[in-house]
Design a protein around this ligand. Structure first.
Ligand code: ADP
Length: 460
């Protein structure tokens, strides 16, 4: 990253809700905005909302949003001094960041070296071990010989989890219940990992049977200072993918919150981190926590952190990218109330969550009609009534975010807001989210990563 560089125009190398989200804050800060788009998105909401828009290429992501040269050319053509990558696409691509450095364009995110340090799960774990960050018992070594891996799994004790070192998005991951199943699982994982990431290296972890997924939001500036903006609980997952997130994590003691927060900042500083990052931990029933991975970008679920802290994380990102120091010190950050985020997907829960497409005849959240307080309900959307939902990209349409004085109140607001969201023309997971939000076990905060699996019968 070019440090201390002022810029007055930012290009958003993304689409959908996150592009719209970044445009909103950039505009409030007085920055000019440039959208980029593929042919499938020529009339998309983010294109309509930006000051300028540049076509990248055809619909396929590889020829548009993932095309490094096309994105850089768009920035040069429009005179954008900085690029915000959003999440997904090029946001964690070290080559992209290097190319921007060479072109003299500010990357709103960490240096390429920090992305590389966390990009490989095995290397990241070795590094975190050295920094004194607790790890799940396991093996993340270079020796990938079948017999050696089996020996390590036996020593860890079953069940174990095989994970692709290069993995992400829940791919290349398998639970192995016993030694007898190890070889078959190893071969399956290698195949999957080769296909998805072009890499076969595996790591092995003790499989925790009822952990929670608790992640810490961290922020670092280029002066070397770092803070944590508390944690999020993202235990409600389907096939290792998040569905509903909340902040703070229920039942955390102040002491555990501080311990995890400090471990997360240590993890970030170990790799010379700059900007917004998330350190993901597994939290066991006995309050032991273990580093899982660090996401070197703004997360989908960042709004729940904004709701409980009152901070605008995109503003923080842009300020840090301009070379400013962190807007607040640790002791100036406070946590108030409780927040939830529900991800609204164009998908059909009745048909194994198959992505849905079509013409959005209506996509409206009428807050006043439903008696909802606009300070407490936020819809981060990439679409509006009349838009087309194509099959080219991630099917997430929007995120519904709510805030309440406490968890019970926030959950009640989430239920009412979900009911008030009027979507027609495209099938969504809304009814599934409603069942989830009103489930007694969820209301009681009986959270762990197998929540959906355990309650399947009542949720579908
Ligand atoms: P990915 O990068 O593919 O998303 P992660 O390493 O972040 O993979 O893990 C995704 C999810 O898998 C976690 O949120 C958690 O639910 C589950 N998981 C990962 N590691 C373990 C483990 N050792 N034991 C139990 N569950 C795990």
């Amino acid at each position: 990253m070019v440090k201390g560089t002022e810029f007055s125009k930012v290009l958003i190398a993304n689409r959908g809700e996150i592009a719209c989200r970044v445009i909103r804050t950039a505009r409030r800060m007085g920055l000019a905005t440039v959208a980029v788009y593929s042919d499938a998105d020529a009339n998309a909401r983010h294109v309509r909302e930006a000051d300028e828009a540049i076509r990248l290429g055809p619909a396929s992501a590889r020829e548009s949003y993932l095309d490094i040269q096309a994105v850089i050319d768009a920035a040069k053509r429009t005179g954008a001094g900085a690029i915000h990558p959003g999440y997904g696409f090029l946001s964690e691509n070290a080559s992209f960041v290097k190319a921007l450095d060479e072109a003299g364009i500010v990357f709103v995110g960490p240096p390429a070296s920090a992305i590389s340090a966390m990009g490989d799960k095995s290397a990241a774990k070795a590094r975190m071990h050295d920094a004194g960050v607790p790890l799940v018992p396991g093996y993340h070594g270079d020796d990938q010989n079948d017999a050696r891996l089996k020996e390590e799994a036996d020593a860890i004790g079953y069940p174990v989890l095989l994970k692709a070192s290069a993995g992400g998005g829940g791919k290349g991951m398998r639970v192995v219940e016993s030694g007898g199943n190890f070889q078959a699982a190893l071969e399956g994982c290698r195949r999957e990992s080769q296909a998805a990431f072009g890499d076969q290296r595996m790591l092995i972890e003790k499989y925790l049977t009822q952990p929670r997924h608790v992640e810490v939001q961290v922020f670092c500036d280029s002066q070397g200072d770092g803070v944590y903006l508390f944690e999020r609980d993202c235990s409600v997952q389907r096939r290792h993918q998040k569905v509903l997130e909340e902040a703070p994590a229920p039942g955390m003691s102040e002491e555990l919150r501080r311990e995890m927060g400090e471990a997360a900042v240590r993890a970030a500083q170990e790799i010379g981190y700059v900007g917004a990052g998330t350190v993901e931990f597994l939290l066991d029933a006995d309050s032991s926590f273990y580093f899982m991975e660090m996401n070197t970008r703004l997360q989908v679920e960042h709004p729940v952190t904004e709701m409980i802290t009152g901070e605008d994380l995109v503003e923080w990102q842009l300020r840090v990218a301009m070379g400013e120091s962190l807007p607040k010190r640790q002791e100036e950050l406070t946590l108030t109330g409780h927040s939830f985020e529900a991800r609204i997907y164009a998908e059909d829960p009745e048909q194994d969550f198959l992505p849905a497409t079509g013409h959005l005849e209506r996509f409206v959240l009428d807050l006043s009609g439903a008696g909802l307080n606009p300070d407490r309900v936020r819809l981060d959307s990439g679409v509006e009534t009349g838009d087309e939902v194509s099959m080219h990209y991630d099917p997430m349409l929007a995120k519904l975010i709510v805030w309440g004085d406490d968890r019970i109140q926030a959950l009640a607001t989430l239920g009412r807001a979900l009911a008030a969201l009027d979507v027609r023309g495209v099938t969504t997971n809304r009814a599934f989210l409603q069942r989830l939000a009103s489930h007694p076990a969820f209301q009681q905060a009986e959270l762990d990563t197998r929540f959906i699996e355990r309650h399947e019968a009542e949720l579908f």
